[in-house]
Design a protein around this ligand. Structure first.
Ligand code: FES
Length: 168
């Protein structure tokens, strides 16, 4: 946002005697978003790409092609991946620590219509909330309407267990 312009607009609107809520409506109409990067106390550092989430604990590329990223399993964002049955979505990738204590990484986009899928610990599978497709952990379809498999990535735990790298 252009600060000098917004100050002038704000001063003008206040001069009309408008209430605070009315002023906020004017501000929102004049911008593409009512949120501002200037308000973000933890802006994502450069070089990380996890789809817009807080990227602490992530290095590398987690979206698009050439997926290759590493998760710090001690970080607040990813420490849950040390608990069997938990999962996270990192950029375009669903990463789960299964109930069998193995790591799996699959495309997060359901092959039916693209909804983000989730890991289900009780069934030990991947499920889509939109129309109920389910997938096995090797990406194959377990239940339609999806017919195509999910893309599978390769997770590799570091020797000391501190980080998990996911590659194509
Ligand atoms: S989008 Fe996943 S089942 Fe339809």
């Amino acid at each position: 946002m252009n600060k000098p312009e917004s100050m002038k607009r704000g001063q003008f609107l206040r001069s009309l005697g408008l209430s605070t809520s009315t002023l906020m409506a004017f501000y929102c109409l004049g911008t593409t978003s009512c949120t501002s990067d200037e308000d973000d106390p933890n802006p994502a550092p450069g070089g990380n790409n996890n789809g817009g989430n807080n990227s602490a604990g992530l290095t590398g590329n987690a979206t698009g092609s050439n997926i290759d990223f590493t998760l710090d399993l001690a970080s607040d964002n990813y420490k849950k991946l040390k608990t069997p049955g938990e999962f996270v979505v990192v950029g375009d990738v669903l990463v789960a620590f299964t109930t069998a204590s193995t790591y799996v990484a699959l495309s997060k986009r359901c092959t039916h219509e693209g909804t983000a899928v989730q890991y289900r610990s009780q069934q030990n599978d991947v499920w889509c909330i939109s129309h109920g497709s389910t997938f096995n952990l090797d990406g194959t379809v377990k239940q339609n309407p999806a017919v195509l498999p999910l893309k599978v990535y390769k997770p590799a735990l570091s020797q000391n267990g501190a980080t998990l790298r996911v590659t194509e």
